[in-house]
Ligand binder design. Structure first.
Ligand SMILES: [Zn+2]
Length: 68
């Protein structure tokens, strides 16, 4: 338990959608999950970043799956 020490940088290591740890960074704030093939866009807001998850459809378009 316990809170993370302040100053610790946020890093995406686990997919918020499927929990896979196989994330690849494809852009500065964009990650790709090899577990569920989702694209995760991190949006910094104050101290705690939020994210948006997109599913990549078969035709290549992105569909928003979750937002927090
Ligand atoms: Zn995933």
């Amino acid at each position: 338990m316990g809170k993370k020490a302040k100053g610790m940088r946020f890093a995406f290591r686990i997919c918020p959608q499927c929990g896979s740890k196989e994330l690849g960074k494809i852009a500065k704030h964009t990650y790709f999950c090899w577990g569920c093939f989702a694209e995760i866009v991190v949006k910094s807001q104050g101290n705690w970043p939020s994210f948006e998850t997109y599913n990549i459809l078969e035709d290549g378009t992105l569909e928003m799956a979750a937002e927090s």
